[in-house]
Design a protein around this ligand. Sequence first.
Ligand code: ZN
Length: 283
Amino acid sequence: MICCVNDGFFKLDGGAMFGIVPKPVWEKNNPADEKNRIPLSLNCLLIQNRKTTATILVDTGIGVKNNETREKFRKFYDFKRSCLVENIYNIMGLLPQDISFVVNTHLHLDHAGGNTYFCEKEGKEKITFYNARYIVQKGELEAALADNERTNGSYLKESIKILCDNKDNLVLVDRDNKEIIKGVSIIKTGGHTGHHQCVKIVSGGRTAFYLGDLIPTVSHLNPVWIMGYDLYPLDTLYMKEKLLNQACEENWLLVFEHDPEAATGYLRKDNDGWKIERVEKVQ
Ligand SMILES: [Zn+2]
């Protein structure tokens, strides 16, 4: 069974979200606020194997941070409150200790921020899903911790170091197509970051695919609508076309991490290009 769980909503600059696409084109379907920001969601995914009850959480949103960071994120991203842990409980009845695996598509702050949380009582940051094994691409971790002027602002390095300190929780992988539990595999795509990975779920003859930042919203189905944040946009273009053709042929259920309206849907093609047939509830 799979289920979308949300860590809340935030906003990013519309120009940065759509790269080379001019504003008069993108703003029709993505109206911007007075600071030119567009609303985005933090859609994470829970996957549960009914037989073994192994539970995988894919990405962890922005998470609960200390006052200073919270204030900064409120100002820059209009991020009000992290609600992932309470949504996991309200929707699935699960507590943080019940999560067996966390998969991070990559380690940007809006995908791995909730890996850890700020504990008010102890005044320090701690690992959130403390029984889980966190599956991270080795190259992504190296890129996250490297000092790079272009990418420093995208990572919460102190939070990432806390995960590194919890050696029993961290599993570094450096290959594509690794199966985590039966039917659930990571697919390395690159593009957004050099080691970005997606998650493919196959069960009972059906396939679901979590796109991460390869195709963050339905608007990004258009091949050339690629985020300005992407470090390797031509790799994004190549992987998008490859995966979308396969997704259409095999009728995959797609999960969009940042779309505030359509978290999930099936791909259709008409004369204007790719379309999404929305699905509200996923089982
Ligand atoms: Zn993102």
